[in-house]
Write a protein that binds this ligand. Sequence first.
Ligand code: PMP
Length: 360
Amino acid sequence: MSESTPTLRAEIAGIPTYKPGKPASASEGPAAYKLSSNENPYPPLPGVLESTLAAAAQLNRYPDMACTTLTAELAERFGVPQEHVATGTGSVGVAQQLLQATSGPGDEVIYAWRSFEAYPIITQISGAKSVQVPLTSGEVHDLDAMAAAITDRTRLIFVCNPNNPTGTVVRRAELERFLDQVPGDVLVVLDEAYREFIRDAEVPDGIEIYRDRPNVAVLRTFSKAYGLAGLRVGFAVAHEPVAAALRKTAVPFGVSQLAQDAAVASLRAEDELLGRVGALVGERARVVSALQEQGWTVPETQANFVWLRLGERTVEFAQACERAGVVVRPFAGEGVRVTVGEPEANDLFLKVTEAFRKSG
Ligand code: PMP
């Protein structure tokens, strides 16, 4: 047998590892609640589960590769042409396709930092260079600095709205001003994974923004508000030729029939699902005001999570949460992102924050 190993692309060695939120079962304490992955705490609606199980009876068949029904219903729901909708294996899968379609070695990809931790990973896989623009001291996108970072090598810019992990938003006027400065040959990806949790009327709907801007693609997902994280289905809304490129770069049959049918059933049950989102938004307000009363500084969040900047005490705090029964998502040396969950989970979390503040 030869001693040599296959040659891998140089970029592969340096790819950071994606650290998923810890499951409750891996907790150091009696953890009952997982608040570490921005998931929806509610299980699928019975009707959604039924569609999924019905699809499971046909697992010997390949799924509909074009996601025909889902694409048609999304197009109708958002009032866009069907050709502008492209589905994929989670919105992170679609984001990766957007990079494959636009960016490679020698190119640059701009995004705020800290932001969604998949951006550096999928950018590096593409071979392009990440240009990370720090958030402002108020934990929001610094769009002026992002515009100033554009060079003739820039191919794609992510704007995560609301931003993961801070929950902060970019508002209409500043986004429009920014987009006016981006050259037409640079793709701007508005990542709206948490769109349905927004209640600030000044935050624009990306699908309205994209209509007049051929260089804007909007990313959405069924993982958060619609509660289908386990099925991996997301989509983009974009003009041709971007949407066409997404169809070309898709892994064949990447979205299972279970995922497609569950997504369609969820769209049809949208009122009920968005009612649950409303309850979570109510819990968010309760959690934020309780934290503020306890003396915490919490950036204004429009997502289903809150961000606590804890610096050197981050890991210690995350461990205290686990001992109390909640798993949160620490970013060592920076802060903790905590999903807004069911009321009992939030209560447990608030007990920890209270005790932690008192302990100095
Ligand atoms: N974008 C952002 C900002 C996210 O936080 C996430 C999930 N953590 C995703 C995209 C990806 O979600 P999914 O692949 O499940 O659609």
